[in-house]
Ligand binder design. Structure first.
Ligand code: FMN
Length: 378
């Protein structure tokens, strides 16, 4: 099958990856209510069809944090991507660079910052608050030294969310039964096994070499997160990060206008309106529902981005219409990487660009920077 849309890449990832990994990407917290709402609420927005407006020349380029984007899309930080395809973060970063959009590297990536920077270009770096501040200081210095242009500081994960699928797959508790099931599952996916487990080594957390564990056991990875993420993080810690990061600092995971105003007071440069792709607080509003009030509160002073439920170029245009300057995409690229490696991510981005072009043409939007509420009905 030639993938025609993100749903097709999802299906190819489902076939190629062991179930424990596919469910890790695909799933959300608890009943997956917020995950579903992210997608459904974007889908429910209706675009205004406009006609006879000379759409022969369209501009999809935009600029965020001093960086030019060929379209208003950024690859979101996704942990463990090097387990979906061999050296997965490097592959996806190459595809992103070729497409002219930024790639964000997760703290908990397989490839370290230097490997991704060498394979493509310095990525946006995503940081979690980790208890060991000395280690965080080193990590920030490494990201700065590598030339990472933007720091995404993720604030919606003081504690890891809980996902039924991961629990059922034995991701959280290393029972002997779960390990045997995962081993059988791995062997039953020989393409993936050969690509990642045999040829993708080392399968460790590249940025966390001191604490790195063998990701042959995914439970050890989950355990490391549980032990090392800092639940005591507060607004004061933003000042701490700010002192160590002179470049653009972006808080990722803000869903409430009051938090957005606090972020503005803290002197950050931007926000990602996000609920971590429905992986943290189940029952929280969808990102697209939360977006307008945050744009209203701080949109004049801060660069507001959004993620959650963006699966097509049409979805990108809807988010821009509600005030986002660009969208981050998470699962869309994770599925494409898992299903088809670098070529998959490149193909997915080409499809998204084409969808955005068509959506702009049929709504009469000539320039993404002019997108606004008038693109939507009511
Ligand atoms: C498999 C997976 C792993 C993720 N890992 C991280 C991470 O390490 N750091 C982070 O800030 N966000 C992480 N996220 C959240 C994404 O950055 C993003 O907020 C979310 O995927 C957006 O929703 P979408 O998947 O509907 O596009 C992860 C998301 C997924 C699906």
């Amino acid at each position: 099958m030639t993938p025609a849309c993100v749903a097709d890449f999802r299906e190819s990832a489902r076939r190629r990856l062991p179930k424990v990994l596919f469910d890790y990407i695909d799933g959300g917290s608890y009943g997956e209510v917020t995950l579903a709402a992210n997608v459904a609420d974007v889908a429910a927005l209706t675009l205004r069809q406009r006609v006879l407006r000379d759409v022969s020349t369209l501009s999809m380029t935009t600029e965020v944090f001093g960086q030019k984007l060929s379209m208003p899309v950024v690859l979101a930080p996704v942990g463990l991507a090097g387990m979906y395809a061999r050296r997965g973060e490097a592959q996806a970063a190459r595809a992103a660079k070729a497409a002219g959009v930024p790639f964000s590297l997760s703290t908990v990536s397989v490839c370290p910052i230097a490997e991704v920077a060498a394979a493509a270009e310095p990525p946006w770096f995503q940081l979690y608050m980790i208890k060991d501040r000395g280690f965080m200081t080193e990590l920030l210095a490494t990201a700065r030294g590598a030339g990472c242009p933007v720091l995404l500081f993720t604030v919606d994960l003081p504690v890891p969310g809980a996902r039924y699928r991961d629990a059922r797959n034995g991701l959280n508790a290393a029972t002997p039964g779960a390990r045997v099931r995962q081993a059988i599952d791995g062997v039953a996916h020989p393409d993936w096994f050969w690509d990642v487990l045999v040829n993708g080594r080392p399968n460790s957390l590249g940025n966390i070499s001191a604490a790195s564990t063998d990701l042959g056991t995914l439970q050890e990875y989950m355990g490391w997160i549980g032990r090392n993420f800092d639940p005591s993080v507060t607004w004061r810690d933003i000042d701490w990060v700010r002192e160590r990061w002179p470049g653009p600092l972006v808080l990722k995971g803000v869903l409430d206008p009051e938090d957005a105003r606090d972020a503005l007071r803290c002197g950050v440069d931007g926000l990602v309106v996000s609920n971590h792709g429905g992986r943290q607080l189940d029952g929280a509003p969808s990102s697209i529902a939360a977006l307008p009030a945050i744009v209203e509160a701080v949109g004049d002073e801060l660069t507001v981005l959004m993620d959650g439920g963006v699966r097509s170029g049409l979805d990108v245009l809807k988010a821009l219409a509600l005030g986002a300057k660009a969208c981050l995409i998470g699962r869309a690229w994770a599925y494409a990487l898992g299903g088809g490696g670098e070529a998959g991510v490149a193909g997915m981005l080409a499809i998204m660009r084409q969808e955005l072009r068509l959506a702009m043409s049929l709504t009469g939007c000539l320039d993404v920077r002019d997108a606004g509420p008038a693109l939507l009905t009511s």
